[in-house]
Design a protein around this ligand. Structure first.
Ligand SMILES: *[C@@H]1O[C@H](CO)[C@@H](O)[C@H](O)[C@H]1NC(C)=O
Ligand SMILES: *[C@@H]1O[C@H](CO)[C@@H](O)[C@H](O)[C@H]1NC(C)=O
Length: 386
C-alpha cells in the first residue's frame, strides 16, 4: 500500500497549467487568456471584414463604386466602362470604322463598324424524342443548326435573348413538323456545348476558328417565359477572356442606376443582325446588316401579338411603320442602339434586344418588340459575378 501511494504522489500533474510554483501558474493562466483574446479579436476581424470586404481591396481606377457582399467585394466600373471592376474596366462603345447609316433600310454595314456584334451559332446532332398526336413517342435523328445575334458587354460576357438559347429543334416526322428540345448526349454534354460565339466578324461565310469562342455558362433569365417572351434576356459567360482590338469592342449598356431607358418616343435607333433581309428571302445575307428604326410609344405595338402579355417597363416597341422595315428571323438576340452622350462622348448605346414580332418581317404598321436592357441592369450585373 505504501509503495503505491508513493508512486501516485510522484505522478506529474495531468494539467500542465497547474504547476506547483505560483509564478509559473500565473504565467500559464495569462497565456491562456492572451490566446483567448487573440482568438476573439480574430473572429471579430473576420466577421467585420467579411461584411465590409471592400475595405480590403483596391478596385480598378475606373471603378469608383464597391458593393460589400458577405466575404466578397464587388467593384462596379463607372458608366462608360465595363469589366470585372477589379482587373479591368474597358471603355465601351469604341469603333474604329465609319458607320454607313445614312440610308433608311437594311443595308450592308461598313466592315466591322459594329465591333460589339456577336454571332451566335447553334449546332446539334443526335436523337430526340417527339410526342406524336396519338400520345406515343418517336425517336428521330436530328442534325440542325441556327443563328442569333448578341453583344459583347465585357471581356467575358455576351448579352443575347433567352429564346435564342432554348436548344429548340424543328423536327419533321412523317411529313409533319414538331418542336423538341435538344437532349444532351455524349457529343453535346451540356447546353453550352451546343453553342459557339463568333466575334470580330462581318462576313459569316468566312468564319475562322480564331474568331470562335466557346461558352462556359449560359444564364437564361429565371423568369423567361416561352409563351409570353417576357424577360427574353440571357447572359453568356465565355470560357476565355476576349482580347479587344479594332474589330472587337464592347457595346455600351445603359447606366446601371437607370431602370427605364430610353425615355421619350420616336427616338431614332438602329438594329443590326445577320437575319433574313425580307419575308420572302430564302437565304441569309453574308454581311452584317444595319437598319434605321424608331422607338415608339408602346401603344403603337398593341397589335403585335395582341393576346400576349406585355410589360413596357421591360420591353420596347420599335420599328419603321412608315417604310415598313424591320428585324427578322436570325436577328434575334442582337442589339437595338441609340445615340447618346456617354461620359461626354457621343456613342451608340445598346438599349434593346431583338425579341419578337407578329410573325411577318417588315411591312408598314408592323413594329416589333425588344427587351429593354435597362430594366435588367442589376440582373446582368449579378450574372457577371456568379
Ligand atoms: C429579299 O432578300 C433577297 C435575299 O437577300 C433578295 O435577293 C431580294 O431582292 C429581296 N427582296 C426584296 C423585295 O427586297
Ligand atoms: C403582321 O403585320 C403585317 C403588316 O401589317 C400584316 O400584313 C400581317 O398580316 C400581320 N401578321 C399577323 C400574323 O398578324
Amino acid at each position: 500500500m505504501k509503495i503505491n501511494s508513493e508512486i501516485s504522489a510522484t505522478k506529474p500533474s495531468p494539467h500542465k497549467c497547474f504547476p506547483k510554483s505560483k509564478p509559473l501558474q500565473a504565467l500559464c493562466i495569462s497565456s491562456i487568456i492572451l490566446g483567448f483574446l487573440i482568438l476573439i479579436i480574430g473572429i471579430i476581424l473576420i466577421a467585420l471584414f467579411g461584411t465590409i470586404p471592400c475595405s480590403l481591396i483596391i478596385c480598378h481606377s475606373k471603378a469608383s463604386k464597391c458593393i460589400n457582399h458577405p466575404f466578397r467585394a464587388e467593384c462596379i466600373c463607372d458608366f462608360g466602362y465595363q469589366g470585372d471592376g477589379l482587373h479591368y474596366c474597358d471603355e465601351c462603345g469604341l469603333s474604329f470604322a465609319e458607320k454607313n447609316l445614312k440610308i433608311i433600310g437594311g443595308i450592308d454595314a461598313a466592315s466591322n463598324s459594329w465591333p460589339s456584334a456577336a454571332y451566335l451559332r447553334f449546332f446539334y446532332e443526335g436523337d430526340v424524342a417527339i410526342q406524336l398526336e396519338d400520345g406515343s413517342t418517336a425517336s428521330v435523328y436530328v442534325k440542325q443548326g441556327g443563328l442569333c445575334g448578341g453583344s459583347l458587354i465585357d471581356r467575358k460576357h455576351v448579352l443575347t435573348a433567352a429564346h435564342c438559347l432554348q436548344a429548340m429543334l424543328k423536327v419533321t416526322y412523317n411529313n409533319k413538323e414538331y418542336y423538341s428540345k435538344a437532349k444532351i448526349n455524349s457529343k453535346f454534354p451540356s447546353l453550352e456545348s451546343m453553342y459557339l460565339i463568333f466575334l470580330g466578324i462581318n462576313d459569316i461565310s468566312a468564319l475562322t476558328s480564331s474568331q470562335a469562342y466557346s461558352i462556359k455558362k449560359i444564364y437564361n433569365h429565371e423568369e423567361y417565359s416561352g409563351s409570353t417572351l417576357l424577360n427574353d434576356i440571357a447572359v453568356i459567360k465565355l470560357d476565355d477572356e476576349v482580347v479587344l482590338n479594332s474589330n472587337i469592342q464592347l457595346a455600351c449598356v445603359p447606366d446601371f442606376s437607370k431602370k427605364y431607358y430610353p425615355t421619350g418616343v420616336n427616338i431614332k435607333s438602329w438594329v443590326i443582325g445577320w437575319g433574313f433581309t425580307n419575308q420572302s428571302a430564302k437565304t441569309l445575307p453574308n454581311l452584317l446588316q444595319n437598319l434605321n428604326v424608331y422607338i415608339y410609344d408602346p401603344s403603337v405595338c398593341s397589335d403585335v401579338g395582341s393576346e400576349v402579355e406585355k410589360n413596357w417597363n421591360s420591353q420596347i416597341c420599335a420599328g419603321d411603320i412608315v417604310e415598313g422595315k424591320s428585324a427578322c428571323n436570325g436577328d434575334s438576340g442582337g442589339s437595338l442602339f441609340v445615340l447618346d452622350s456617354v461620359q461626354g462622348k457621343n456613342k451608340f448605346m445598346s438599349v434593346g434586344i431583338v425579341s419578337y414580332g407578329n410573325g411577318t418581317c417588315g411591312g408598314v404598321d408592323n413594329p416589333q418588340i425588344y427587351t429593354r436592357i435597362s430594366y435588367f441592369g442589376e440582373w446582368i450585373q449579378s450574372k457577371k459575378f456568379s
